[in-house]
Design a protein around this ligand. Structure first.
Ligand code: FES
Ligand SMILES: [Fe+2]
Length: 409
């Protein structure tokens, strides 16, 4: 079996573009930054927040019904492109990653031409899994079972004892392709065959806003995987409102972020939420050209259905939430990836990033998700026919009602 090894950093990218920029205008368009900041100031003055037009009552069955869960598996997770990660996961030709979370094994590989291609990670002989994990610099992939070998474009280039396979055309036994797209440093893949797609179109206007972050230059620092006894949507909800900050996070991030104040904007099924830091109050004393919203907030971009992409002051957090394979509606798998602007140089940087990883993981894994598990467990009591989503939780309302629409029978 092919072994994973450490990837080289790409040769031709500007690794300091983000790290040396202390000017928020370079990370977010100035007009957008000022518009969002003014909306936040108005809310601060009025003691208000962005709101959804009405209270939403989401039936408990959205989290407990096996048929609903199966529809979500098919419609949301297998027939839509899902976010995989940033280009830095596989920066060089021959770099590859695998993914199994939708229940369909996938292999994504960067070709010699620099293009990404994705395939079912399934040998065309008798169907064994071709590779496990991730790796770098591959020239080809050989099946561990009988050695059928494929090149980076999925062509069958090696078939041991081929004379005993009369009529088995190599061309008809390429790896089965699935759609993959890469743009602005982001990679999306669809688990089942379908039409090619474009990241700009997929994200319905959000991609242009993300382009200035120059995500193609970022590098993965840390990845974790967790299983929880809660529906995957409850995991996503965690990231979508600061109403809970002063209560659930009173000992962690409540001292950093303003509670119960957020901005919400929808981009088709996707959304952006701005969670302001307390530093926003000082920022407003400065002239608008010196405002830096990235420094003074967390920007949560939800790539529907399952990814919270969080732009923090100096790093990016990605939380991808999946139904747990074979776990039914009440179980989820959450993948956490932490990206930094440039490769780690020295112990001081490592200590800094470890501290940031620890805070993110501790807050979410020790506070948010255990609470989510109590929600799932509580459904069994039959006390609530629905969960109630307040007008001050607009991103939750957007996400849950969108999921309902896409999973509609
Ligand atoms: S199953 Fe792959 S070579 Fe036989
Ligand atoms: Fe939280």
């Amino acid at each position: 079996m092919r072994k994973a090894r450490r990837c080289r950093r790409p040769r031709s990218r500007n690794w300091t573009a983000y790290g040396t920029s202390q000017n928020g205008k370079k990370r977010m368009q100035a007009e957008l930054q000022q518009e969002l900041s003014r909306r936040l100031f108005a809310h601060l003055d009025a003691g208000t927040t962005d709101v959804w037009p009405e209270v939403v009552r989401q039936p408990v069955s959205a989290y407990t019904c096996p048929e609903r869960a199966e529809r979500e598996n098919q419609e949301l997770f297998r027939r839509r492109p899902l976010f995989v990660g940033l280009s830095g996961l596989l920066p060089n030709p021959g770099d590859w990653i695998t993914s199994d979370e939708t229940g369909i094994p996938l292999l994504i590989v960067r070709g010699r031409d620099g293009e990404l291609r994705a395939f079912a990670n399934v040998c065309r002989h008798r169907g064994a899994r071709l590779v496990e994990g991730r790796g770098c610099g591959a020239a080809s992939f050989s099946c561990p079972y009988h050695g059928w070998t494929y090149d980076l474009e999925g062509r069958l280039i090696g078939l041991p004892d081929e004379r005993n396979f009369p009529g088995v055309e190599r061309d008809g036994h390429r790896l089965a392709p699935v759609p993959v797209a890469e743009k602005h440093g982001m990679v999306f893949v669809q688990a089942t065959p379908g039409e090619p797609f474009d990241v700009d179109e997929l994200l319905e206007g959000m991609a242009a806003e993300l382009a200035p972050y120059r995500l193609e230059g970022w590098t993965p620092y840390s990845s974790r995987r967790f299983d929880f006894s809660m529906n995957w949507k409850i995991a996503v909800d965690t990231f979508l409102e600061p109403y809970h900050f002063p209560f659930l996070h009173k000992d962690t991030v409540a001292s950093i972020f303003i509670g119960n104040l957020c901005l919400y904007d929808g981009f088709g099924p996707h959304l952006r939420e701005v969670l302001p830091r307390h530093g926003l109050r000082e920022m407003r004393e400065k002239p608008p050209e010196d405002w830096d919203l990235v420094d003074n907030s967390a920007l949560v971009y939800v790539f529907f259905p399952n990814t919270a992409f969080i732009v923090q002051k100096d790093h990016m957090e990605v939380w991808r939430c999946f139904p747990k394979k074979g776990g039914g509606p009440g179980a989820s798998t959450v993948l956490f990836d932490f990206y930094i602007p440039e490769p780690v140089r020295g112990e001081k940087a490592r200590i800094h990033w470890d501290k940031n990883v620890d805070l993110a993981v501790r807050t979410v894994i020790e506070e948010d998700f255990p609470t989510g598990e109590t929600i799932q467990a509580g459904f069994a009591a039959g006390v609530n026919a629905h969960v109630t989503i307040g007008q001050n939780e607009p991103a939750v309302a957007h996400f849950e009602t969108t999921a309902n629409r896409y999973a509609a029978a």
